[in-house]
Design a protein around this ligand. Structure first.
Ligand code: MV4
Length: 452
């Protein structure tokens, strides 16, 4: 087992990883930027090392500074958390080159799944359903038009090196497809240093369901079932839940089995998530694979009882996954509300500053993942999430009621947060019915706006 681990991240996930390490008897080294120098969680680390100024590119995204900190502190491994360097094959490789274990997949596995064209090919080979489209990156406009007329419009152009919704173009007809192909490729080249684009059938109305997986270094892979992340705004998830409401579980099991086979095929070690769109007929289509621990992992931890962050560390240390697929049972229902320092009454404008009132909820079935304490100052440099409120109950309805109760207890000031939005959502009849689509929240927010 590792003696000492460096945490290359900040905020709630740095604290979450620190907690996992401490329960495993591992010493922790936390790096921080000057913008985070007074963050309270740093006191819980065995050692905290400043790696630079506030801008991420000079600190949390700076590979050489992080590796230097790891060498000074003589750590055995680095946990990247989510965001920042977590999905960068060059960071995984830099760790390997310096003989530091990267807590996550090899650069090869990360590359194979991060490239969307390659990932789709691997998916197909393993029986994971994907949208029909171009099997390779597009070389020739006429060939793309031919494929599009075969699958039918609308089609979507995506960058092979893209992800998270960046650089996508929906085309309703041949003329748009022809003109957009070159633009999309140029944009992809500028944004990702790789101009490869592909097309696939565009699905208008969909739900977003993702499968949580774990793979180990011994060729084992299991799935921890799914999360429904359809409630989102501008590609930022607002509420995630598990299990997904109203799905055919036996049909879905086959998709999960194929997804596990796929990550096994690239010898994947660590936590991974396969993103799917679910159409109105109940069919699933894989979009992409996230090669990291995700923000919303606690939802799955609560319904399965499996500690995903601890597992990621144990797997990196060479342990076998201690669960058989049949050991993974869904217990109850869980929901995560991402509480952000933003004002929903003013188009979600950032609300950074000092938090003088912080009264978090508690009681049965309530988990708070946060680095915030009374007096904490939200720095303006990073993402605005200040807490994840995760609730667990026997049924979905009880979970919603518990969420409403916890949100009533939650009192924060003077900064504005998204708590009032969450209160409206857990009481919303459409959301309570379950199965809202990915455009629901933006539609609903628009309808809420005063029309004057
Ligand atoms: C799509 C799609 C519809 N059809 N692909 C957005 C994020 C990236 N992971 C892929 N995305 C989409 N790909 C096809 N063929 C719609 C989206 C999409 C979306 C997907 C999941 C969650 C929210 C979304 C919001 C807008 C568009």
């Amino acid at each position: 087992m590792f003696k000492r681990v460096l945490i290359a991240n900040r905020g709630e996930i740095a604290l979450r990883i620190m907690r996992a390490c401490q329960e495993l008897g591992i010493q922790t080294v936390c790096v921080y930027s000057t913008a985070d120098k007074d963050a309270p969680y740093l006191k819980l680390a065995d050692r905290a090392i400043c790696i630079g100024p506030g801008p991420s590119k000079d600190s949390y995204l700076n590979i050489s500074r992080i590796i230097a900190a790891a060498e000074i502190a003589e750590v055995d491994a680095i946990h990247p958390g989510y965001g920042f360097l977590s999905e960068r094959p060059d960071f995984s490789r830099a760790c390997r080159d310096c003989k530091i274990e990267f807590i996550g997949p090899s650069p090869e596995a990360m590359q194979a799944l991060g490239d969307k064209v390659e990932c789709k090919r691997t998916a197909k080979e393993n029986g994971v359903p994907v949208f029909p489209g171009s099997p390779d990156a597009i070389e020739d406009e006429d060939k793309a038009v031919e494929i599009a007329s075969k699958i039918g419009y609308p089609v979507i152009i995506k960058a092979s090196a893209g992800g998270g919704g960046r650089g996508m173009k929906v085309c309703q007809n041949e003329a748009t497809l022809r003109s957009m192909l070159r633009i999309a490729s140029q944009e992809a080249q500028a944004a990702f240093g790789n101009g490869a684009v592909f097309i696939e059938k565009y699905l208008e109305q969909a739900r977003h369901v993702e499968i949580q997986m774990l793979g180990d270094k011994h060729g084992n892979a299991i799935y921890l079932w799914e999360r429904d992340c359809s409630l989102q705004r501008r590609h930022q998830k607002v509420i995630e839940e598990a299990p997904a409401p109203h799905i055919d579980r036996e049909k879905f099991r086959k998709v999960c089995e194929a997804a596990a086979k796929m990550i096994k095929s690239v010898k994947y070690a660590g936590a991974a998530t396969c993103e799917f769109l679910l159409d109105g007929k109940g069919d699933f289509y894989m979009l992409e694979v996230n090669t990291r621990v995700q923000v919303e992992h606690p939802v799955t931890e609560l319904i399965t009882g499996i500690d995903i962050v601890k597992m990621s560390i144990l797997i990196a240390a060479g342990e076998k996954i201690p669960y058989k697929q049949d050991d993974v049972k869904i217990k109850g229902h869980a929901m995560e509300m991402r509480i952000c320092a933003e004002d929903p009454a003013y188009d979600f404008r950032p609300s950074a500053g000092k938090i003088t009132t912080w009264e978090p909820p508690g009681g049965p079935g309530v988990r708070m993942d946060t680095h915030v304490v009374t007096g904490y100052v939200v720095p303006p440099n990073y993402d605005s999430m200040v807490a994840k409120l995760i609730v667990h109950a026997d049924t979905r309805e009880q979970c919603l009621d518990r969420a409403a109760r916890a949100l009533r207890e939650f009192n924060v000031g003077p900064i504005k947060t998204t708590i009032p939005l969450h209160q409206k959502l857990v009481a919303n009849p459409d959301f309570r019915k379950g199965g809202v689509d990915i455009k629901y929240l933006e539609r609903w927010l628009k309808a809420q706006q005063p029309t004057t």
